[in-house]
Design a protein around this ligand. Structure first.
Ligand SMILES: Nc1nc2c(ncn2[C@@H]2O[C@H](COP(=O)(O)OP(=O)(O)O)[C@@H](O)[C@H]2O)c(=O)[nH]1
Ligand SMILES: [Mg+2]
Length: 459
């Protein structure tokens, strides 16, 4: 076949037009995508979506590309959720040395047909409580701590960004601190517990203490022979709220390494506490090992007589016949720090501490806190967080809230709420208005405002 010059020119024009347009289209597609990724880098999830729309439309105009939506959801030839990994460049600000987080929904994969659910509460809520997450932990518990923190951030704090206060009776290692900082964007403070908050007080006879510890240990009582456990319980009972790092806060959420959280929390529990005049809260209530608290009930009643207390919630924990062993499990607590800073609680703690029984008997902070709520609060000031799915040791509180729910309860692990040894039924059956039990310094105890019982042995 022979080609004339006009033939050759015509072929050249067709060739240039065809390959030129392919190159043009592919260049604009990828460059607008990386532009979007770049622009969206420091935006919140909510802003991401809006910014994405704006950037898309700006780019469309600039490049003059027709982005018709096809039936399969593709826009201008870009299919929804294509297999595109946005380019990863180091765009972190100089001061921020945290690794870049993987965006679960690459913005260049978004399209106008996507269903985008707006988060119910954005990260930058203006209204916040003066609150912190408080964690007493040892360096050796880093692994369990990281697992718990990952869950805690995912279920709650990623959205609310409350600060953390980590406390330890020994200095935190550099590795521990750096490892924790990888998991959160919230402010984190690491503090040392001062020695005077973690030592055997002068009035405790250490010989007797060791004898009693040996006795409990030989009976196989949990932590019976542990001195550090006793320090921990005493610190959590009477000192943590006085730690310098907590002075600026009104509320705290106590978290421990190894615990689990199962439900997304899309409201601020601190604000809930504040707005509803709640002072203390729990997720699990259960019975204590009796050998660890043989005299705490008697001492609590003595304290009530001495101070002429009028109580409304104490009968949740016992009556004339004694202590029913019920307590709120303090490994989870969201509470007001002012409850403990109150001079009435301080007097109660000092009274208990003077007996030396945090060391002799191994009193737990859960019992001290729970009986204090009984002495000083109404039922309305204590809250059961039914919607916080939680697990500590083998005890789970988690209510499956269905296919539209927010909980992912552990499979094959029963909810402890109504299990053997749970005190949730006691709580639920306790009347909202309370049951009066007044104590007088002369030994009178007045039940329901009229029935008087004399207890001269307690004054
Ligand atoms: N820094 C420090 N933390 C402790 C010590 N003993 C217990 N803890 C912490 O205190 C909390 C309760 O202790 P744990 O052993 O879980 O007691 P349990 O929940 O009663 O079985 C956890 O957060 C522990 O990490 C200790 O000796 N030093
Ligand atoms: Mg624990």
């Amino acid at each position: 076949m022979r080609f004339s010059i006009p033939h050759i020119l015509a072929l050249l024009v067709v060739f240039l037009f065809y390959f030129g347009s392919i190159r043009y289209v592919s260049r604009t597609s990828s460059s607008s995508c990386s532009q979007i990724v770049e622009n969206a880098q420091y935006l919140t999830a909510e802003e991401d979506v809006k910014a994405n729309e704006v950037v898309l439309s700006l780019d469309d105009e600039k490049e003059g590309i027709q982005r018709d939506t096809a039936e399969d959801g593709s826009i201008g030839g870009i299919k929804p959720f294509p297999d595109i990994t946005p380019p990863k460049e180091d765009r972190s600000p100089a001061t921020d040395n945290k690794p870049e987080q993987e965006d679960p929904f690459p913005v260049c994969a978004m399209n106008r047909n996507s269903t985008v659910l707006e988060p119910k509460q954005s990260r930058n809520k203006t209204e916040k409580a003066k609150a912190a997450i408080v964690i007493l932990v040892r360096n050796s518990e880093l692994g369990a701590m990281r697992r718990t923190l990952r869950e805690f951030e995912d279920r709650f704090n990623r959205r609310f960004n409350y600060p953390y206060v980590f406390l330890n009776d020994e200095p935190f290692t550099e590795v521990f601190q750096q490892s924790i900082l990888q998991l959160t964007e919230a402010k984190v403070e690491f503090g040392l517990v001062p020695e005077q908050m973690w030592s055997v007080p002068s009035w405790v006879n250490e010989t007797e203490m060791h004898e009693r510890m040996n006795q409990l240990q030989s009976k196989g009582i949990l932590y019976g022979g542990s001195l550090s456990y006793r320090h921990m319980c005493r610190f959590n009972s009477g000192f943590f709220y006085r730690h310098p790092l907590l002075q600026k806060y009104d509320y705290y959420w106590r978290v421990e390494p190894g615990v689990h959280f199962y439900c997304d929390l899309d409201y601020d529990p601190f604000l809930f506490m504040q707005k509803n005049n709640k002072m203390y809260s729990f997720t699990v209530a259960l019975q204590e090992i009796p050998e660890t608290i043989p005299t705490i009930w008697e001492h609590t009643l003595r304290f009530a007589h001495k101070n002429g207390l009028k109580t409304k919630l104490l009968r949740m924990f016992g009556d004339e016949s004694g202590y029913n062993l019920c307590h709120f499990w303090s490994n989870f607590e969201i509470a007001s720090l002012h409850l403990w800073r109150d001079k009435r609680y301080q007097a109660y703690f000092d009274y208990l501490d003077r007996t030396g029984n945090f060391f002799y008997e191994r009193w737990g902070d859960a019992i001290a806190h729970s009986l204090a709520t009984g002495l000083f609060l109404d039922k309305s000031q204590v809250h059961f967080f039914a919607d916080i799915g939680y697990k500590h040791d083998n005890f789970v509180h988690c209510v499956d809230d269905g296919i539209m729910g927010k909980c992912m309860c552990p499979q094959n692990e029963g909810n402890f709420d109504y299990g053997w040894g749970s005190c949730l039924p006691n709580w639920e059956q306790y009347p909202a208005e309370g049951r009066r039990w007044d104590f007088k310094p002369n030994g009178d105890q007045v039940f329901d405002g009229n029935r008087v019982v004399k207890r001269l042995d307690l004054v």
